[in-house]
Design a binder for this molecule. Structure first.
Ligand SMILES: [Zn+2]
Length: 296
């Protein structure tokens, strides 16, 4: 990485602080009106954009542009506008991070620019079973690893098994040693979305992050919501929180604590400073209890 920008230095300073990394523009609908997209230049052709309540990335190479999630139709239009402030090169690829609608609506905006849409293959079943007029079907899929090149700029699409979903792509930018992880890791936060962890895979979640850590020499990550960048430690911390949660719920089961009382009985003082700990710990524990009850 040749040219770390001032913006990046500021972002890193923010990312180092565990509870205040949410930027003012985490979504367009606010009590103060509609906020536009906010782009951070990471350097060497990599950018991250906050728009429509989520965060995505785009990579500019010699021959074109690769975009991460389109987020929603209005967000995709904003993201395209942000890209066009930087380059007029063609949009070659869109990569869906997983199959959840809050990240992958709006792909048509980029298809009309000529982009080919990629996802991990397990997403196809979800997208076809639950069609959404705003979700464009992927043109191509991969199983374990796919390298996409936009001209002296590459991204590795990596599948490390089920975690937040069963089709999450870790997008690794080798030139930057940065991985884009959507929803599986919210830096220094417990699982959000009401804490229910939606369709996550509680035990495989740990294995997936461990595999990422073991196999990919990333130094920083870009999340799918919130601030632009976080250190590698954010991933390690999230894996440890997940394992601690699994262990704590299992300990209550082994002690004979009545099932209904387990979510409120769980306490993880080592993780009490995580964002959302007070609000969502019990709901996170409830999801783990379901795992120990039915194996999913
Ligand atoms: Zn999701």
């Amino acid at each position: 990485m040749k040219t770390p920008s001032l913006i990046l230095s500021l972002s890193l300073a923010v990312a180092g602080c565990s509870t205040t990394q949410e930027p003012a523009s985490s979504g367009p609908a606010t009590p103060f009106g509609s906020l536009g997209a906010m782009t951070t230049n990471i350097g060497d052709g990599l950018y991250t954009v906050s728009a429509g309540g989520a965060r995505t990335v785009f990579l500019v190479g010699d021959e074109g542009v690769l975009v991460g999630d389109p987020i929603s139709t209005p967000a995709a239009e904003q993201i395209l506008g942000e890209i066009r402030k930087v380059t007029n090169k063609p949009i070659r690829y869109v990569v869906y991070s997983h199959s959840h609608w809050d990240h992958i609506r709006g792909g048509q905006v980029f298809k009309e620019e000529g982009a080919e849409i990629w996802s991990q293959e397990n997403c196809l079943a979800h997208i076809y079973r639950n069609p959404n007029p705003e979700v464009a079907y992927p043109d191509r899929s991969y199983t374990q690893k796919q390298v996409l090149d936009v001209g002296n700029a590459t991204v590795e699409l990596l599948y490390h098994g089920p975690n937040h979903s069963d089709c999450s792509t870790h997008m690794y930018f080798p030139n930057h040693k940065i991985v884009h992880i959507v929803d599986t890791v919210q830096p220094y936060a417990v699982s959000g979305a009401g804490g229910r962890m939606n369709d996550s895979y509680p035990k495989l979640f740990v294995d997936s992050l461990q595999m990422l850590e073991d196999e990919v020499p990333f130094e920083r990550m870009i999340p799918g919501h919130g601030g632009p960048i976080a250190p590698r430690d954010a991933v390690i911390n999230r894996r440890k929180y997940q394992q601690a949660l699994l262990d704590a719920v299992k300990a209550e089961i082994d002690k004979g604590t009545p099932f209904g009382k387990i979510p409120d009985a769980v306490s993880l003082p080592k993780f009490k400073d995580l964002r959302g700990y007070d609000q969502y710990l019990a709901a996170n524990a409830q999801r783990i209890l379901i795992y120990y009850t039915i194996g999913w």
